[in-house]
Design a protein around this ligand. Structure first.
Ligand SMILES: [Zn+2]
Ligand SMILES: [Zn+2]
Ligand SMILES: [Zn+2]
Length: 180
């Protein structure tokens, strides 16, 4: 009975609704690899393309990019919730293809991205737009590395799995991102 009383007392604070969590901004498009990466941690992650003095430095770039806003998976509205940040490369990638992930920074033992420490993000996919009109289409998951990349510039970036990123065509594969 004493334990039950204690549990009842502890339950009270848990009844308080959690504060609504805002979407997260500071996501950037990298003009080198065409991927989306998170710039809010201080560093620039790891780009498939080296640009440093001796070629060993691999920062993603934010020049020319808008400030993209990602919703979390527990926010209302339809969307695909397989999206995660990778702590090795800072890129956004999908857990929907576990056999086909490739991290430019080397990643886990199998060479894939890692979602340790990441929130779970939700991306809108055409044609099921839930946040009204607007936004920027032509964002796709790469079927070689599982990273999200922008295909609207013609060239499809640089893929850590080699060559350019590639995507599948068809309903549900094209995502729309919003900017701040
Ligand atoms: Zn990059
Ligand atoms: Zn990675
Ligand atoms: Zn790729």
């Amino acid at each position: 009975m004493a334990a039950g009383t204690g549990l009842a007392a502890l339950a009270a604070p848990l009844m308080t609704p959690a504060p609504a969590r805002a979407a997260q901004h500071l996501w950037r498009w990298c003009f080198q690899c065409s991927g989306l990466w998170f710039s809010g941690n201080g560093g620039n992650g790891y780009c498939p393309l080296g640009t440093g003095l001796f070629g060993w430095d691999h920062p993603h770039q934010s020049s020319g990019s808008g400030d993209y806003l990602l919703r979390f998976a527990d926010e209302p509205g339809a969307g695909q919730i397989t999206w995660r940040w990778c702590r090795f490369c800072s890129g956004l990638w999908s857990t929907g293809r576990p056999d086909n992930t490739r991290c430019p920074a080397g990643g886990l033992a199998d060479g894939g991205h890692d979602f340790w420490g990441s929130g779970q993000y939700k991306l809108e996919a055409l044609p099921n737009m839930t946040n009204g009109h607007g936004g920027q289409a032509q964002w796709f998951m790469c079927r070689k590395c599982a990273g999200l990349f922008f295909a609207g510039n013609g060239p499809q970036g640089v893929c850590p799995a080699g060559g350019a990123h590639e995507h599948q065509a068809g309903i549900g594969f094209e995502h729309v991102l919003r900017q701040v």
